[in-house]
Design a protein around this ligand. Structure first.
Ligand code: ATP
Length: 253
């Protein structure tokens, strides 16, 4: 039996009073699966993803109603730092901290959270996290250099290492491969399949082929609404809603 990791209940998000960017979304996300959020530009994918770690609160006028339960706890009643520790985020453009070494980048979440670690603990976390993303052998001799010399794909894997270093429950990925070339994209996709053994992954993607390749479940959004969700294979082969079918067959997007 798969366990529910996230339960989203009647979630609505509005940046401005006159328009909901996310409209009454209710859905569950299972532990140790990859769930892809798909849909045309502006349909609310990133807004939904960001709400899961309360990043939307960076916009002061935003209004949120409904609830999100992470391991059955309402994230809106938790300390935001704890929510962000439990739900790590990886963005579209690799964004390692440019002034920090590779070593410090991996540990940045601990520093931000004010968690003190011994040198041995730090070494262990850096090595395990970089090994998990397949970067250890590539950077073990350059740990104290800044990451600027890394390729785009390596930088993105460094950002994933930074997110998993905090041992989150959920990994949120907002179009994590859209700035990468096909080879680097393939590596990140392989990595995601490896990481789902340990983490629950939610990915926003414009790339339907990518969603089909890597996700177990898919959500299709349109104009802020969750139109349809289900097993990726089922959604792709027998969509129930006409809008899903039209989107998947490339009629809009
Ligand atoms: N900071 C903001 N202020 C006001 N409106 C916003 C803001 N960010 C997003 N929106 C609006 O909210 C809606 C949903 O945007 P969102 O970025 O979540 O969609 P998306 O599906 O992720 O789009 P894309 O695929 O283009 O990234 C859009 O209508 C967008 O214009």
């Amino acid at each position: 039996m798969e366990n529910l990791k996230l339960q989203i209940n009647d979630l609505s998000v509005a940046y401005t009073p006159e328009k909901l960017a996310v409209k009454h979304v209710t859905t569950g996300i299972l532990e140790r699966t990859i769930t892809a959020i798909m849909g045309p530009s502006g349909c609310g994918k990133s807004t939904l993803l960001r709400a899961i770690n309360r990043m939307h609160e960076l916009y002061p006028d935003i209004r949120v109603t409904g609830e999100i339960l992470l391991d059955e706890r309402n994230i809106f009643k938790m300390n935001p730092m704890e929510v962000r520790r439990m739900a790590g985020m990886v963005f579209q453009r690799p964004n390692p901290f440019p002034t920090m070494s590779i070593y410090d980048n991996v540990l940045a979440g601990y520093k931000l959270n004010g968690i003190r670690l011994s040198k041995a603990q730090k070494d262990e976390i850096v090595e395990t996290s970089l090994t998990s993303v397949g970067l250890w052998s590539e950077v073990r001799d350059s740990l104290f250099r800044k990451g600027g010399f890394l390729s785009g794909g390596q930088q993105q894997r460094l950002c994933i290492a930074r997110a998993i270093a905090l041992k989150p429950e959920v990994l949120l990925m907002d179009e994590p491969t859209s700035a990468l070339d096909p080879i680097a994209t393939h590596r990140v996709e392989e990595l995601m399949l490896e990481l789902k053994k340990e983490f629950t992954i939610v990915i926003v993607t414009h790339n339907m082929a990518q969603a089909a390749r890597i996700s177990d479940y898919s959500l299709f959004m349109y104009l802020g609404e969750l139109v349809e969700s289900g097993r990726t294979q089922t959604l792709f082969t027998t969509p129930k809603d006409k809008r899903t079918e039209e989107y998947l067959s490339g009629q809009f997007g």
